[in-house]
Design a protein around this ligand. Structure first.
Ligand code: UDP
Ligand code: MG
Length: 321
């Protein structure tokens, strides 16, 4: 194997309908990468875009052999697109960055510096959030708090997917086969030496976010259910408390009937108890269902994604030779 002295850095850019930002992103990425004493490849992962993004990357690629293009067969979502990128990246270190220029490429040298110091996961930590609504900030903060308490390890707060991974961290991630990929959790789960680098997150450069609150809610659910079974335990505790209360109430009714005789049919209290318990039961059947559904998905053992086209960069070709 013939390798240059310089390390190879792979930059993974998952994109879904980002045609307006890609060229600008590429310019900024290139300006940063070419100034560094590294070899680099930029791996664009087309997550089933329906716009012109793919053609734009193909055009960029015809001028620059350091570009690789991986096209998934349909839209699989960002988590899977990142996974596909990690599977195809050849670098000694891998950087994951959003296509909408919310993650400044100019931070990459700092990430690299930490990697050179021996860190395996160098994540970028947002200092403040601009151009995001109050509700989004509040819900994000609540989510981090829940996951922090529920999971048995720490997921760093205020981090996105913008980060650098060492080769061994990437190889570790590739060994995690789960279908439900909550990447932020997986990044933290692998361990190794991790460190944060603060940065200023910009508003979107072009286009619109594909996240709505419904998607975010499901994302949060994914994060919680793939890393902790605490909600299942919650069901037993809550059930226990309610059963205890119901027992006390029943006792009171018996005593009341013994002392005062049976005066009332008791329809309202009966209805209240039945409805309340019915609701509680439905909630926890739902929680059980969440976990069962995940087991169902895992047991199918489907591939995580399908590749429609792969055009590697010249770097990864020469590395494999
Ligand atoms: N993305 C993707 N597949 C999707 C949705 C989004 O690859 O199904 C990409 C998107 O193009 C962008 C990144 O993931 O590069 C982050 O998406 P977005 O900006 O919508 O999320 P936010 O910044 O609001 O978290
Ligand atoms: Mg964004």
């Amino acid at each position: 194997m013939l390798r240059d002295e310089l390390p190879l850095i792979s930059v993974i850019v998952p994109f879904f309908n980002e045609e307006d930002g890609l060229v600008r992103l590429h310019e900024r990425l290139n300006a940063v990468l070419l100034a560094l004493p590294v070899r680099s490849e930029i791996l664009y992962v087309d997550d089933g875009s329906t716009d012109d993004g793919r053609r734009i990357v193909e055009q960029l690629r015809s001028q620059d052999p350091r570009i690789a293009l991986l096209c998934l067969s349909r839209n699989f979502g960002k988590e899977i697109a990142m996974t596909a990128g990690l599977d195809h990246a050849a670098g000694d270190a891998v950087v994951i960055i959003d296509a909408d220029l919310q993650d400044p490429p100019e931070l990459i040298p700092q990430l690299l510096e930490k990697w050179r110091e021996g860190y395996d996961v160098v994540y970028a930590t947002r200092m403040e959030r601009e151009g995001e609504t109050w509700l989004k900030k509040a819900s994000a903060s609540a989510f981090y708090r829940v996951i922090h308490h529920a999971a048995n390890f720490d997921i760093p707060r205020d981090t996105g997917d913008f980060r650098l991974l060492s080769r061994r961290a990437v190889d570790a991630l590739k060994r995690l086969p789960e279908q439900h990929r909550f990447m932020k959790g997986l990044f933290a789960w692998i361990g190794f030496r991790q460190i944060g680098v603060p940065y200023h997150r910009e508003p979107r450069h072009a286009g619109a976010t594909k996240w709505n609150y419904w998607k975010l809610w499901n994302f949060a659910l994914e994060g919680i259910t793939s890393f902790t079974t605490a909600p299942l335990r919650l069901a037993s505790y809550l059930g226990g408390v309610i059963a205890l209360l119901a027992f006390a109430y029943g006792l009171w009714i018996v005593i009341d009937t013994l002392v005062h005789g049976n005066q009332v049919p008791g329809y309202p209290s009966l209805m209240a108890v039945v409805l309340f318990l019915g609701g509680i039961q439905l909630i926890f059947i739902g929680i059980l269902g969440e976990y069962l559904g995940r087991m169902f998905d895992e047991s199918k053992r489907r591939p995580l994604y399908l590749v429609a086209d792969y055009h590697p960069s010249s770097q990864s070709l020469s590395d494999k030779a």
